[in-house]
Write a protein that binds this ligand. Structure first.
Ligand SMILES: *[C@@H]1O[C@H](CO)[C@@H](O)[C@H](O)[C@H]1NC(C)=O
Ligand SMILES: *[C@@H]1O[C@H](CO)[C@@H](O)[C@H](O)[C@H]1NC(C)=O
Ligand SMILES: *[C@@H]1O[C@H](CO)[C@@H](O)[C@H](O)[C@H]1NC(C)=O
Ligand SMILES: *[C@@H]1O[C@H](CO)[C@@H](O)[C@H](O)[C@H]1NC(C)=O
Ligand SMILES: *[C@@H]1O[C@H](CO)[C@@H](O)[C@H](O)[C@H]1NC(C)=O
Length: 400
């Protein structure tokens, strides 16, 4: 969900950079991260490959496919993103695919020269696209401390091998400072259209309307949190990929067609000798593919952290000594009477930046909502299928 992610996670990485030096945690650089300078040099990368692919498509309109897939990459065990193209010739941008948000937005070439967060990202330039159609409707999202501001535009959108025509999205001209810490240039919303700002038709609705895949209206996520690789998994359009899960799906009906929301029976923290229950009389939950965290009502998350060997960190987050992660209790999310279990390492984020590593509980309290939100920590263990035909969500044990 855009709001939680922005405020909690981006500022978290910022804080890490500021405070990392002064806290006494382990410092094991696991892999080299790109420096901001390096990233700046990459701004405006070459589009040749996409153009070439597109030229081929231009001459021969694509036939509907049964399914398609987009490779995901990850950044700081925090952000999962994939590349799409906008306009013709296609301009490559890195996008987060967000099931808890319905709109698509991207940094705009029209943002001010002084908006650093925007200038350090790839930006969509309508002037360079022959398929651009002007819209101009104002777009504004209040993030609390700042606003995400821009206007709507319509253009071609390449996703995987699919070419979506006339996709309306927001060009962002005021990108809040916290986005400096995000590697993505924007977001593709995959929630229900009832959540869409300015009544824009979301990308997946257009894929189905334009018959780009012949399959049923489903998409699915495979998330890979293997710390030795930057490959973050796949977004699969029109199918679930058998090689990435074992056994069959447990399906839960969508309880409110805005978010991908469903009913959760209970949560048990398993101390071995006893189970400590949370969400005791059942609760509502949703799947959020934009973040690694699992959020829940602040009071309940607080109580869970009282049980765990954690200490308060910054921004309401909790730190786990990295050598204790393996000993953390399992947490069972009970769905339709079945345990969906996360072990300690599954619900810990290990963030390494500039040689500093910190292990953080992925559980985050939310003061604003009673709905639990399960992110990539959960999906990495349970392959997730989003089914718009039957309005249901399916989980199956991920095959890592
Ligand atoms: C942010 O958005 C809110 C709600 O639309 C609006 O009331 C407020 O004036 C905006 N703030 C800025 C700084 O534009
Ligand atoms: C896109 O919009 C143009 C102009 O409005 C229209 O001619 C064309 O048929 C549309 N394409 C699709 C696939 O909807
Ligand atoms: C995707 O579609 C192709 C045919 O285009 C089919 O052979 C393949 O099995 C499909 N994959 C899945 C995961 O359904
Ligand atoms: C979940 O697993 C725990 C530990 O094995 C067990 O005690 C509990 O009964 C299970 N709950 C369900 C609903 O199967
Ligand atoms: C999935 O099944 C395969 C083959 O049966 C097995 O090798 C693998 O360990 C299983 N993975 C999980 C996560 O259970």
């Amino acid at each position: 969900m855009v709001f939680v992610r922005c405020v909690v996670l981006y500022s978290l990485v910022g804080m890490l950079l500021l405070f990392g030096r002064f806290t006494e945690q382990l410092s094991i650089p696991l892999k080299r991260m790109k420096s901001p300078l390096h990233m700046m040099m990459e701004v405006g990368t070459d589009f040749e490959q996409v153009e070439e692919l597109e030229r081929a498509m231009w001459n021969k309109p694509p036939k509907p496919k049964y399914n398609d897939s987009v490779a995901l990459f990850k950044y700081l065990d925090n952000e999962f993103y994939g590349e799409i193209g906008l306009g013709h010739p296609a301009q490559k941008v890195k996008m987060i695919f967000d099931t808890a948000w319905a709109n698509t937005y991207v940094a705009s070439e029209k943002c001010s020269y002084f908006n650093i967060a925007c200038r350090l990202h790839n930006r969509y330039d309508a002037k360079k696209s022959t398929t651009y159609v002007k819209d101009g409707t104002p777009f504004n999202v209040d993030l609390g401390s700042s606003n995400l501001t821009g206007f709507l535009s319509t253009d071609r959108l390449n996703i995987g091998h699919l070419v979506v025509e006339n996709q309306t999205f927001a060009e962002i001209v005021k990108l809040p400072m916290i986005y400096l810490f995000s590697i993505a240039d924007g977001v593709v919303g995959l929630a229900y259209d009832s959540l869409s700002i300015d009544n824009v038709v979301p990308v997946f609705y257009n894929i189905m309307k334009q018959n780009l895949i012949k399959a049923p209206p489903i998409f699915s996520f495979y998330i890979n949190r293997d710390r030795t690789t930057d490959r973050g998994g796949n977004l699969i359009l029109g199918a679930s990929e058998k090689k990435h899960y074992n056994g069959s799906f447990t399906y839960l009906p969508v309880t409110k067609k805005e978010y991908w929301q469903f009913h959760m029976d209970k949560i048990d923290v398993d101390l071995g000798t006893k189970l400590i229950p949370f969400c005791e009389n059942g609760c509502e939950a949703l799947i959020d593919t934009s973040t690694t965290t699992i959020t829940g009502p602040a009071s309940e998350i607080e109580k869970i952290h009282e049980i765990l060997p954690v200490s308060p960190f910054v921004l309401g987050r909790y730190r786990v000594p990295c050598n204790k992660v393996i000993k953390l209790p399992a947490i069972h999310f009970v769905l339709q009477g079945k345990n969906f279990t996360l072990k300690g390492p599954d619900y810990v984020q290990e963030i390494t930046k500039w040689g500093f590593t910190v292990c953080l509980s992925a559980l985050v309290g939310n003061e604003a909502s009673n709905i639990w939100s399960l992110g990539a920590s959960f999906i990495a263990q349970y392959y997730t299928e989003f089914d718009m035909k039957s309005d249901r969500i399916g989980f199956a044990k991920a095959n890592i």
